[in-house]
Design a protein around this ligand. Structure first.
Ligand code: UGA
Length: 439
């Protein structure tokens, strides 16, 4: 099937490469020329395990190409035009900024041959009701619209795209459009469907909501355990043991119960804020008012982490050398958007600490985001003469460090485990003071 993928960021670049790997003929479109140049050369513009190999293979095989200057020919004959542009938080509040999305729709309207009966498929995360507006904008083009949210996690994006937990199709209220939308999606995802992947088919609004509801639930689960961590701190209980005990109940489950400095990234924080903003527009603000609390607990996690560092240093971080391990918002990505690690590092810097940040791959992005912080590539150099080490992102390189090996590098053997990811006994046995959050 010929298809286009409009927007080649974390979602679109992976989606384009994965669709080509299924045998489709894919044109990726993005306004960022530098990104397009890299993609054309088979290079991933960001770190995502498995992506670069796939890009190189599919571009070489001729099934995948990219352009920053789409023409009617690039769109002609495609069975699906996937829209995968970002919907970031607007500058003036919590609502989603839909300008890239509407720009992509306008581009399709402009370039599409109106005699073609193609299908436009929105994958971007959007406020409920957006698909309806997009459908109105497409009126007159002959294109049907479907909404098909994605649930991929950075670091596992290729795997999550090719072996998703479920597929969700949001179809039009118009029967012909709904039929065409479903048919096109079935054709695009045939091998994934044949593998037995569950498919949920419903309206635009259900599909739009599934995505924000899923991310809201995950964010709530993380903030729930961080709220419990606050109570653990006040009572001497251990949140990691609590999570373990809760997790054995299959109705609860252990995943997303990792207490620490909380969630960040390009999705969870902005999605819960956009959901609150949209619910308020619908006069249903009270239905998701708890998400404000989820957000507040999450921010408090960063504050508590800084307080833990201060306490570990006798009440003040001023003039102390602190090594922050990790810059990305989670391991296996170089994405630093709303990274709790960089936020904690900045707060320590603001309080007068001499902060050094180290990360296996995210330092280039970190330096752009936080130019005032000192980035140190070499882990040993970063640790040398530290008064305090702060684990902010649980990269395996950090979690697997031998505390006895690195002990002689630092000035004081104190580590704040901002992700509760380290083996406390092993660190204590090597002469370190291990400070957990909620333990
Ligand atoms: C999230 C969702 O998990 C995906 O299903 C969704 O498709 C994606 O957003 C999206 O909307 O595109 P992602 O942002 O890649 O994926 O990251 P997660 O793995 O969910 O982690 C989010 C944050 O929560 C990270 O900062 C992580 O460190 C933190 N986290 C995660 C915790 O603090 N505790 C946990 O137990 C789990």
């Amino acid at each position: 099937m010929k298809m286009t993928v409009i927007g080649c960021g974390y979602l679109g670049a992976v989606h384009a490469a994965c669709m080509a790997s299924l045998g489709h003929d894919v044109v990726g479109i993005d306004v960022d020329r530098q990104k397009v140049r890299a993609l054309c050369a088979g290079k991933a513009p960001f770190h995502e395990p498995g992506l670069e190999e796939m890009l190189a293979q599919e571009t070489a095989a001729g099934r995948l190409r990219f352009t920053a200057e789409p023409t009617p020919r690039d769109l002609a004959g495609a069975g699906i035009h996937f829209i995968t542009v970002g919907t970031p938080q607007s500058d003036d509040g919590g609502a989603a900024d839909l300008s890239h999305l509407m720009g992509a729709v306008d581009m399709i309207v402009e370039l599409l041959d109106p005699t073609e009966r193609t299908v436009v498929v929105g994958k971007s995360t959007v406020p409920v009701g957006t698909a309806h507006t997009v459908e109105e904008r497409l009126a007159g083009t002959g294109a049907a619209l479907a909404w098909n949210p994605e649930f991929l996690r950075e670091g596992y994006a290729v795997e999550d795209t090719l072996r998703p937990s479920r597929l969700v199709y949001g179809l039009s209220a118009d029967a012909d459009s709904a039929f065409r939308g479903r048919d096109a999606l079935d054709e695009a995802y045939r091998p994934i469907l044949d593998a037995g992947t569950p498919v949920i088919v419903d309206s635009f609004s259900t599909a739009e909501l599934v995505k924000v509801a899923a991310n809201s639930f995950l964010a709530t689960k993380i903030s729930f355990i961080n709220a419990m961590a606050e109570i653990c701190d006040a009572t001497g209980a251990d949140v990691t043991m609590l999570a373990q005990a809760l997790g054995h109940d299959e109705r609860i489950g252990r995943r997303a119960l990792g207490a620490g400095i909380g969630f960040g990234g390009g999705c969870l924080p902005k999605d819960i804020r956009a959901f609150v903003a949209r619910a308020e527009e619908l006069n249903k603000g009270e239905s998701v008012a708890f998400l404000r609390e989820v957000d507040a607990i999450n921010t408090r996690g960063r504050t508590r982490a800084v307080a833990a560092a201060e306490a570990a240093l006798g009440g003040s971080v001023t003039g102390k050398t602190i090594t922050v391990l990790g810059a990305s918002f989670k391991p296996d990505t170089d994405d630093v958007r709303d990274s709790p690690a960089l936020d904690v590092a900045s707060r320590l810097h603001e309080r007068g600490a001499n902060v050094r940040v180290t990360d296996p791959i995210a330092l280039t992005n970190a330096a752009i985001d936080k130019p005032h912080l000192t980035m140190v590539e070499d882990l040993h150099a970063a640790l040398t003469d530290a008064d305090l080490v702060f684990l902010a992102t649980e990269w395996s390189q950090f979690v697997d460090m031998d505390p006895a090996d690195i002990g002689p590098l630092v000035r004081t053997r104190t580590i704040v485990d901002g992700r509760n990811a380290l083996d406390r006994e092993a660190w204590n046995a090597a002469g370190w003071t291990h400070v957990g959050l909620g333990r």
